[in-house]
Design a protein around this ligand. Structure first.
Ligand code: PHE
Ligand code: NA
Length: 448
């Protein structure tokens, strides 16, 4: 390796960067709309169980693999299991990073456009927000331009490096995000009629459960925690040896889950109070929230801040997606960081264009009724991430060895319960649960 490997400067640097990766569109855009389509509270419940039983142990495992090897996902598997095909799991992760970032950036572009529109007449009385949203995404050049701008900023941060780029960005942006959220929730919960939304969100209706519900919950848990594609292997690879992995990981999982749950409280009470359909799909956050802002005092200011922070949350996630891909070519192929960021960022920008066109020129192209963007999202989250997680757990439990994970994750004698939890989860729960749910969910999707 030619380049000296950078390291997070402080413990809080790692936690904020990893939480920045985790907290993103997955919490504020994807979690509410999937909860809306998958039946509300019962989905939330299964997602929370998945987070505890699968998400937290796997997050520890990924960070441990990264810190131990100090490599990108491909290099990490090569280092731990030389001359075996296990590096393909890392390669699957890099590939998935390409796919996810391509459409992630398109949605982030919508958020940026709404930030700009918030300064104009977006909250004028009588605005139809369904028309506004559909009108925006079904154009061609505007969404492509915003997508380009978002990728440009992402490339800029990554080119600047781990400490000067990533760490500096998240340290400013993450605290801003937390503060604004609280204000939004207070507003949403105090709207007249908010109670129906709270009920939809908190009272499980078990008649809604199918294999699909479980598959969607696992998919959401993986996506929201940035799991199954090596983002946390990569971020873990910049972690110093004296950090306590289990505690840091706990912070990341807690912050991410907290923000997702809060996003539900910001959105569902408002959806029901204003008479919207919770099953609104990908546009939920873009069609419902502006209507809420339009009705509230200082709505324009809150609206502007919300979309700004949505863009910011997306940025701190996007940089982790690009970092996976960039770290791979730096470590494995000796590219310079700058070249890697620009070339790979450019390719990802191009790959995102079909997702934009899927709402206009290419709207005839669908898969199981989904447009191109939703199709990319579905493949990444329902197949690639769970598969990556499944293989990572099998690798950690049976090839590298449970004991090694626990050593690296600082799961010592004083943490018996945690050790047992990891061991059972990595060796049994994760492989069996994911395999069963994938087969069942996929069968229902295609043949049900
Ligand atoms: N966790 C991010 C979110 O919730 C998305 C993401 C997935 C980021 C995979 C990195 C890797 O928005
Ligand atoms: Na998330």
């Amino acid at each position: 390796m030619s380049n000296e490997r950078e390291q997070w400067v402080s413990r809080i640097g790692f936690i904020l960067a990893a939480a920045g990766s985790a907290i993103g569109l997955g919490n504020i855009w994807r979690f509410p709309h999937v909860t809306g389509t998958e039946g509300g509270a019962v989905f939330v419940l299964i997602y929370l169980i998945t987070t505890l039983l699968i998400g937290y142990p796997l997050l520890n495992t990924e960070v441990s693999i990264g810190r131990k090897t100090q490599r990108n996902p491909v290099g990490a598997f090569k280092a731990l299991a030389p001359n075996t095909p296990w590096w393909l799991v890392g390669a699957l992760g890099v590939f998935t990073g390409f796919i996810i970032l391509s459409y992630y950036s398109v949605v982030a572009g919508w958020a940026m456009s709404y930030t700009a529109q918030s300064l104009g007449g977006l909250y004028a009385p009588g605005t139809d927000y369904v028309d506004t949203f559909v009108g925006h995404i079904s154009q061609v050049w505007e969404p492509i331009l915003w997508h380009f701008l978002f990728m440009l900023i992402t490339v800029g941060v990554i080119a600047a490096g781990v400490v000067k780029g990533i760490q500096r960005t998240v340290k400013i942006l993450m605290p801003m995000l937390f503060i604004l959220f609280v204000a939004l929730i207070v507003r949403s919960l105090t709207l007249p009629g908010a109670g129906a939304g709270v009920a939809f969100y908190l009272q499980p209706d078990f008649s809604q459960v199918t294999g699909q519900t479980f598959l969607s919950a696992i998919a959401q848990a993986f996506f929201t925690l940035s799991l199954g594609m090596g983002a946390l292997i990569t971020y873990g690879s910049y972690l110093k040896q004296n950090e306590d992995v289990s505690v840091d990981s706990g912070w990341v999982v807690g912050l991410d889950t907290g923000i997702a749950l809060l996003a539900g409280f910001a959105i569902f009470p408002a959806v029901f109070a204003l008479g919207f359909d919770p099953d609104g799909g990908a546009g939920l956050a873009f069609m419902t929230l502006p209507a809420v802002f339009a009705e509230m005092p200082m709505g324009q200011l809150f609206g502007f801040l919300f979309f700004l922070l949505l863009s910011v949350a997306a940025l701190t996630s996007a940089i982790s997606l690009l970092e996976v891909v960039v770290a791979w070519v730096i470590d494995e192929h000796g590219w310079s960081r700058r070249t890697a960021a620009v070339v790979l960022g450019g390719l990802i920008f191009l790959l995102g264009i079909p997702s934009v066109l899927g709402f206009s020129a290419w709207s005839d192209i669908t898969f199981q009724g989904m447009d191109i963007l939703d199709t990319f999202d579905w493949f990444a989250n329902s197949i690639f991430l769970p598969l990556g997680g499944l293989l990572t757990a099998i690798f950690a439990g049976y090839v590298w060895g449970n004991q090694k994970v626990m050593e690296e994750a600082n799961c010592g004698k004083d943490r018996q319960f945690l050790c047992a939890w990891y061991a059972v989860s990595i060796k049994y729960i994760i492989p069996i649960a994911i395999a069963v749910v994938m087969v069942w969910g996929l069968y229902e999707t295609f043949f049900g």
